[in-house]
Design a protein around this ligand. Structure first.
Ligand code: PLP
Length: 382
């Protein structure tokens, strides 16, 4: 539901909850408020709502509902997958392989595991700005317990060869546990858990027009790790704590709405991205940090000579909302861009524009005009 008065182009940071998901949350808060573990009918009613959402999300990943665990966010899902796997499978095998362009929810867990004595190997983009499956395969060995690789990079839209990598890893090193951070791919491109060869997948509700505070951890059948949260044994003993049925219902509804037209939305976003690229190319001093074949939902650019936050706040005065990089970095300079060979000056002036289907050409026109105005006004006053 587009808010006509603003231009929100920061959908990789978070999305507006869609009206259908908001209604589902409200209905649950007001009517289906029972505890899903209660034995009476109010409990059963809440359980039914929760299991329906689980089924919808399972269908979207083409997996069985008992592979779906609800968590509070993708960060919790990733912590559970990585720390749980390291504790269970990493007693003898002490190596963890990942990439140098992961989100902090993977990076920081790896940093923690390194302090616990694990060896962390991070594969960087090659001279063409690509992370290849061969590089990943070369990095793993018999001592590796875990590989974690994101599907789509949140700052640039770069799409990693996860399916090919995990297939090769499982073929040559079947003992290695595979985790994929699918947060920026989910509902934008099809994510098929089995085809991906992932033992774990992390998902986040608020990136797909569901509310904040709800995530999913997909766990392949046969994978058993120790839980991080002990208590009442909810979520098949895997994640204790009373489930947030309203948020779960909202997540289910948002996924139900979006699963229907992933390809059509992709086409629409591709056409908007084309328009954005054309319009930006008409301005002086713009360089594109995203690769041409990046996911069209995310475009990273640099505006020569203007620091990211200055332009970001200038645009904000015109009700245009974008990001300087990943929302979690709170304006800090991006390490990811330098991994892609972007120099410090361009990294300092990087802007991330992230689209959703509520956006239209008017938003793009407002943004491009705003940047143009910013280029003349900000430069004049500095
Ligand atoms: N992974 C990626 C790629 C992300 O972009 C984000 C959020 O920005 C996360 C993980 C963390 O998601 P959540 O906010 O649900 O913890």
């Amino acid at each position: 539901m587009k808010n006509q008065s603003i231009h929100y182009l920061d959908n990789s940071a978070t999305t507006q909850t869609c009206p259908q998901a908001a209604d589902a949350v409200m209905k649950c808060l007001c009517e289906n408020y029972g505890n899903p573990s209660s034995l009476h009918s109010k409990g059963t009613e809440a359980l039914k709502v929760m299991e329906n959402a689980r089924k919808i999300i399972a269908n979207s990943l083409k997996c069985s509902p008992d592979c779906i665990t609800f968590t509070s966010c993708a960060t919790e899902s990733t912590n559970t997958a990585l720390i749980g796997s390291a504790m269970k499978y990493g007693r003898k095998r002490r190596k963890i392989v990942t990439t140098s362009i992961e989100h902090s929810s993977v990076n920081e867990v790896c940093r923690y595991l390194e302090s616990e004595g694990f060896e962390i190997v991070k594969v960087s983009p090659d001279e063409n700005g690509e992370i290849t499956y061969q590089q990943m395969l070369d990095a793993v060995d018999d001592d590796t317990c875990l590989i974690s690789m994101m599907y789509v990079n949140n700052e640039t839209g770069y799409t990693l060869p996860v399916e090919k990598t995990f297939f090769a890893v499982k073929k040559f090193f079947p003992h290695i546990i595979t985790h994929c951070d699918c947060v920026q791919a989910y509902m934008k491109i099809p994510v098929n858990a089995k085809k991906l060869n992932a033992d774990f997948i992390s998902l986040s509700g608020h990136k797909v027009h569901a509310p904040k505070g709800i995530g999913v951890l997909y766990t392949a059948k046969g994978i058993h790790i120790r839980s991080l949260i002990y208590g009442g044994g909810q979520e098949r003993n895997f994640r204790s704590g009373t489930e947030s049925v309203p948020l779960i219902a909202g997540f289910g509804k948002a996924v139900e709405m979006q699963s229907q037209n992933i390809n059509e939305r992709y086409e629409y976003i591709s056409s908007l991205k084309k328009y954005l690229t054309e319009k930006l190319s008409e301005l002086d001093g713009i360089s594109f940090n995203s690769k041409e074949n990046a996911l069209p939902y995310i475009t990273n650019i640099s505006v020569e000579g203007i620091r990211s936050e200055i332009m970001l706040h200038f645009l904000e005065t015109k009700d245009i909302f974008i990001s300087s990089g990943s929302a979690c970095s709170k304006g800090a300079k991006s390490g990811v861009l330098s991994q892609f060979g972007i120099n410090d000056k361009n990294a300092d002036s990087a802007l991330r524009i992230s689209l959703c289907c509520d956006n239209d050409k008017e938003d793009i026109d407002a943004l491009v005009n705003g940047i143009k105005e910013g280029q003349s006004k900000i430069k004049r006053s500095h």
